[in-house]
Design a protein around this ligand. Structure first.
Ligand code: HPA
Length: 256
């Protein structure tokens, strides 16, 4: 089964005609948002709106653990996420799709692991699944590679922060990519993201940033985003046999 996590502005991806089953799952972290189950290109799909429908949870309050746990419990082995982002580069502008290959984590307050009771250190040298990344890159016009900087939010960044992120090698800035990618790896699921650029980051754009422009671009590009996901599903690699699915091998500290 393939999991799709819909970010800002992406609360469902099926058309009216499609047969969809809806489920809410109980997890140790609370109930999941409503998950839609349907078929696409002979693959079973579980779609979950990250913020719950209607954008109820701000980025720092999203129940990332419940979302990922619920997908795992459904039988999902591969995840495609969507994230709205600001661009740190003038060559990548609003409306562009970017498939990140690495991240910088500047979150501060979020529960970031499933392993509070035992010591597990997963390898994150390559945090995004290369096989799913390849499927996404083959599926349409996207920028292959980028470093995703995740901030705590919910405020936008200062000019000095953006300058720092640029100096550190960041390409994109968003508030929702982490800990999601980490949690997927911790449960041995393949994970990659389609980042949709909604704006130039603070100070690159001379104008004040508004959430309205973020939603406006998401709405404009939503159809193309869904088309991209549709094509990517045709190119998805087989479910098994990826190193992401053995992430716990060599990660756990033996009990003494
Ligand atoms: N900064 C942080 N998160 C975002 C942005 C941004 O500029 N645009 C969309 N999500």
């Amino acid at each position: 089964m393939i999991g799709i996590i819909g970010g800002t502005g992406v609360y469902e991806i099926t058309d009216q005609a499609q047969e969809v089953e809806k489920k809410v799952l109980e997890t140790p972290y609370g109930d999941s948002p409503e998950i839609s189950l349907f078929e696409l290109h002979n693959r079973e799909i579980a779609f979950i709106p990250r913020h719950a429908e209607g954008h109820d949870y701000p980025p720092h309050m999203v129940n990332y653990r419940a979302n990922i746990w619920a997908l795992k419990k459904m039988g999902v082995k591969q995840i495609i996420a969507t994230n709205a982002v600001g661009s740190l580069q003038t060559s990548i502008g609003p409306g562009d799709f970017v498939i990140p290959h690495d991240f910088l984590d500047f979150t501060k307050l979020r529960p970031g692991t499933f392993y509070d009771q035992r010591t597990v250190h997963v390898d994150m040298t390559n945090p995004y699944c290369d096989k799913i990344r390849n499927a996404l890159v083959s599926a349409g016009e996207v920028v292959d590679q980028g470093v995703y900087v995740c901030t705590e939010g919910p405020r936008f960044e200062t000019a000095a922060e953006i300058k720092m992120f640029q100096m550190l090698g960041g390409t994109l800035v968003g508030m929702t990519g982490i800990p999601e990618a980490v949690l997927a790896r911790e449960l041995e699921m393949c994970y990659a993201s389609i980042c949709l650029v909604s704006n130039y980051a603070a100070s690159i754009s001379p104008d004040k940033l508004t959430i309205d422009e973020v939603f406006e671009i998401m709405e404009k590009r939503k159809h193309d985003l869904v088309t991209l996901i549709n094509h990517a599903i045709e190119f998805m690699p087989p479910e098994d046999g990826c190193p992401c699915q053995k992430a716990l091998e060599g990660a756990e500290v033996d009990e003494v």
